[in-house]
Design a binder for this molecule. Structure first.
Ligand code: F3S
Length: 84
């Protein structure tokens, strides 16, 4: 299947990354509960994104859920259009 192109012929590939701000995370672990494929916990229960934080298309909804459920607002989800 070919990627969609806009009328101008530009092919776009939106991708997303999650990031946990270590200064804001207090270890509530809700992110890990809703999306264990995107977050890892250290020995103190503090979260960080797995790898580069790149979110597979199938997990974008889970990433949004993690953002919405973090009581410390420690998680950001940013669109990195066209960047691998
Ligand atoms: Fe930390 Fe929020 Fe997850 S406080 S452990 S990033 S739910």
């Amino acid at each position: 299947m070919k990627p969609a192109a806009d009328p101008g012929g530009t092919v776009t590939h939106a991708s997303f990354r999650v990031h946990v701000d270590p200064d804001k995370c207090h270890g509530h672990n809700r992110c890990y509960s809703v999306s264990p494929d995107l977050f890892d916990l250290d020995e103190l229960g503090m979260s960080s994104e797995i790898g580069t934080g790149l979110v597979p298309a199938a997990l974008v909804g889970a990433a949004r859920l993690a953002v919405a459920n973090c009581p410390e607002l420690a998680i950001t989800l940013t669109e990195t259009e066209g960047q691998p």
